[in-house]
Write a protein that binds this ligand. Structure first.
Ligand code: AP5
Length: 207
């Protein structure tokens, strides 16, 4: 199954993706993760993307479309995949439609105040990428013992900008996919397991 996760920053796309890919045995393609790895490795793409990401702007469409197109051509995507963070603009969605046929789009809905709370308290393991929240009171990564850090784009000014960018450039995709009959809205404000259950039901998968 070829799935797209839509939703504002902090809606829980990455968190839910982890559970859904395990259940469906498909790879998660997170453009945010691919770009952050490119920044860490100082590749030409990473160097180009860094300033956009840190201020909460979108990386240019042509760069992201190329990354996704190359990644989806890899063998592990032949049986389906979950796109997390792509597409994020109408031109990206149109580009995707030109080389792939998507089966389902899940839109995670979360109120703004909760998004800000989730993003400002999010912590990520510097070693393995495990994501948690300060509300859980973990002072080290529970998976590998690594140090928990804050993403640069979770600083208050970047968060504010990312939410504006979402409203202006990504939100129109809700209508785009609704018109194609592919969209299911899921309440992403509920507890983690309830959200996972609702997504699996929307995808027609029994637990
Ligand atoms: P990206 O990494 O995609 O960030 P994002 O879309 O802003 O989404 P986030 O990762 O911030 O949030 P999420 O929805 O995954 O939430 P999470 O599960 O972590 O992109 C980063 C940047 O890269 C962009 O700003 C842009 O510059 C660039 N980029 C990426 N893709 C691009 C594209 N296609 N085009 C152009 N540029 C692109 O959860 C958040 C927190 O909430 C966590 O602490 C988690 O533990 C907690 N949480 C989650 N669910 C629940 C729950 N149900 N209950 C309680 N807590 C929860």
């Amino acid at each position: 199954m070829k799935i797209v996760f839509l939703g504002p920053p902090g809606a829980g796309k990455g968190t839910q993706a982890e559970h859904i890919i395990a259940k469906l045995s498909i790879p998660q393609i997170s453009t945010g993760e691919i770009l952050r790895r490119a920044i860490r490795e100082k590749t030409p793409t990473g160097l180009e993307a860094q300033s956009y990401i840190e201020k909460g702007a979108l990386v240019p469409d042509d760069v992201v479309v190329r990354i996704v197109r190359e990644r989806l051509a890899e063998a592990d995507c032949a049986g389906g995949y979950l796109l997390d963070g792509f597409p994020r603009t109408v031109p990206q969605a149109e580009a995707l439609d030109s080389f792939e046929t998507i089966d389902a789009v899940i839109n995670l809905e979360v109120p703004r105040e909760l998004l800000i709370h989730r993003l400002s308290g999010r912590r990520v393991c510097a070693a393995c990428g495990y994501t948690t929240h300060i509300d859980r009171g973990e002072d080290k990564c529970v998976k590998c013992g690594g140090e928990l850090t804050q993403r640069k784009d979770d600083a208050p000014e970047s968060v504010e900008n990312r939410l504006v960018v979402y409203e202006q450039q990504t939100k129109p995709l809700i209508e785009y996919y609704a018109r194609k009959g592919l969209l299911t809205n899921v309440d992403g404000a509920k507890p983690l397991q309830e959200v996972t259950k609702a997504i699996l039901a929307a995808l027609g998968c029994n637990e």
